[in-house]
Every structure is written in C-alpha cells, then in structure tokens.
Design a protein around this ligand. Structure first.
Ligand code: SF4
Length: 330
C-alpha cells in the first residue's frame, strides 16, 4: 500500500496549490495516481500467483508428503493424479546412481547376462560432485544406489551411504539388491550409516537362507525397511536389447512418465534416457562435464518428454523398442 499513500500526498499538494486555472495538470496527476494504483494492484496479484504456484509445486505428487497421503487413495485415482501433475511439470524425484558396474548374477531377464561391461567403480570424485549438486538444490527425493549393478559388491557402500546421508538429511536413501551378500552385520552397518530401506529381490523362487536369517533377527518396524520380495522374472525387453523377451513390430502408442521424475547416472557418469537403457544408447548428458540440473533441463530431456507426452516413442532407439508401459514414482 506504500505507493497509494505517496500518491495521495502528491495529489493533495497539487490540488491545494491549484488556483483553478490548471485543471489539465490536476487531471494528469489523477491519471498518474490511477496508474500507480493499478500497477500496485497488478504487483499484488502477481505476488499472489507466484506464492500460490510455489505452494502448489511444494505439494506436487512426487513430493514425500503428498506421496504419503496418496498412499491411502485407490490405485487408479492415485495414478491419475500423479500423471496429471507430472505431465504439467516434470520433477526430479528419483535418482539412480550406479556406484559400480558389477553384478554377481547372470539372470536370463537381465542384459547384464548378455552384454558384459568392464568391472569398474564410480569414481569417488564423481559421486561427491553428484551429492554436492543435490545438496545445492535441497534434494529431498529418493536416491537409489543401484541400476544394473549389485550394490553389495561395492565395499564402499556404507561410506557412500553415510556421505549422502550427511549431506542430504531429507532424502530417502535406498537400494535394490539380489541379497546374495546380505548378512545381519552388514545390514546393521548400512542402517547405522543412514540407509532408509532396501528392496531385497529374491529371484530363485524362494527366500534364501542368509536373507531369512536377517529377517528373523529384525523387529517389526525394522522389518518394514528390509523389504523382501520373491520375483520370478521381469518381462521388459530393455529397449529391445533382450530379443528373447519379445520384439515389437512397431513402437507402442503409449506415453511414458519416467523421464519426468527419474534420472539415472551410470557408473561412468553417463546419463541414459532411463533405467531401461542399459548400454546408454540414448545419452542425455554426462555428469563428468555437466551439472545434474543442466542435464535435467536440457533440450534432449525436453524433446523426449514432449514426444512421450504425445504417445510417440519413435524418436528414440530405446523407446521405440521398449515394451514398458506408464510408470509412476514409487
Ligand atoms: S518409453 Fe521405455 S525406454 Fe522410453 S523412457 Fe519410457 S521406460 Fe524408458
């Protein structure tokens, strides 16, 4: 309201000093006053819109708070809400960091079995750069220390988790593992380092004895963080890499939300289009040379999101051969 008070004073002074002959001047002062009031009103509306938008973004379905609330909604309604919000504004909610390239298994449904990679660890410097950039943006989403690697093969895992936890207190830190190397001692060490939870996927059709042993020694609350599930197999073709899982005659006429909420960083710093792109055939950027946010907002990501929004997968060699349907943040 400050501009209004100032204009009032100016108008009163001018009118008081006016002998009645200078009506043109009085009119122009009034006009000026009207304009200033109008401008102040517009500024107020803009501020209101900006604040409302900022609030709306804070309660985006990819945020932790809303995801918790969404959990109690029926699946279809939850999916619709998530899709609606993500299609309007992409949000980096989930970041997968492949801290090493190795896996001890050769599963028939995984490209690791058919396309060997060199045995490498992600450089500590690169990992620290990623975490420091996440710290800069106050990242409070999910960090998964897995992609096509088996995280428990990386002996630095407790240290990697502790480093992320110390720098990103609000983030959810987790990983997915086949559980072969899991022991009670290691689990306690990882939890103590700041791990929130782990998916222990059992691919042999039953729970293996070492995993069962850990489960038996965890209390109710802690068991929720040690999430064991028995899997038979995945059915994804991994962007057409796994021919024996099926081949598409033409790209699916289906959208995909994955590049709107998730980014994957391979062990060498490359950012593939998504977690289906094992060989990084469609590279969006390289964290060694670019910042995370520059990659997330770059033209390649925008281009991919725009095509996928129109249910067009033909723009990418990976997407055009991908049989995965809509995916939402979990
Ligand atoms: S369509 Fe498939 S390959 Fe393309 S972004 Fe989505 S999940 Fe990834």
């Amino acid at each position: 309201m400050a501009p209004k008070t100032r204009v009032d004073k100016v108008a009163v002074t001018c009118i008081a000093g006016n002998s009645g002959t200078d009506l043109g001047k009085e009119t122009s002062v009034n006009e000026q006053r009207q304009k200033q009031l109008h401008r102040a009103e517009q500024e107020n509306i803009c501020t209101w819109v900006r604040t409302a938008w900022a609030r709306a973004r804070r309660v985006h379905p990819a945020s932790k708070r809303v995801r918790r609330l969404l959990g109690i909604l029926p699946g279809a309604l939850k999916a619709t809400l998530q899709r609606w919000a993500l299609e309007r504004s992409p949000r980096l909610y989930s970041l997968l960091i492949e801290t090493c390239s190795m896996c001890n298994r050769r599963c028939h449904f995984c490209p690791v079995a058919y396309y060997p990679r060199p045995k490498k660890l992600m450089r500590w410097h690169l990992y620290a750069k990623i975490i420091s950039e996440l710290k800069e943006i106050g990242f409070a989403g999910k960090i998964g220390l897995h992609s096509y690697n088996e995280p428990l093969l990386d002996k630095r895992l407790p240290r990697l988790i502790r480093y992320a936890r110390n720098n990103l207190p609000s983030a959810t830190i987790m990983f997915s593992t086949n559980g072969d190397l899991m022991t009670l001692e290691l689990w306690l060490k990882l939890r103590e380092a700041g791990l929130d939870y782990a998916w222990i996927k059992q691919y042999d059709g039953h729970i293996n004895p070492n995993v069962r042993h850990v489960m038996e020694h965890l209390s109710g609350q802690e068991r929720k963080r040690f999430q064991v599930s028995v899997f038979s197999a995945y059915t994804d073709t991994r962007g057409g890499l796994l021919k024996h899982m099926g081949q598409l005659e033409a790209p699916l006429k289906a959208g995909c939300l994955r590049p709107r909420f998730q980014m994957v960083i391979a062990f060498d710093g490359k950012v593939p289009i998504c977690c289906q792109d094992y060989l990084a055939r469609h590279v969006m950027g390289d964290v060694n040379r670019e910042s995370l946010m520059d990659i997330w907002n770059n033209r390649k990501f925008q281009h991919a999101r725009a095509h996928l929004r129109l249910k067009d997968r033909s723009f990418s060699i990976v997407c055009s051969n991908c049989n995965a349907s809509h995916m939402y943040p979990r």
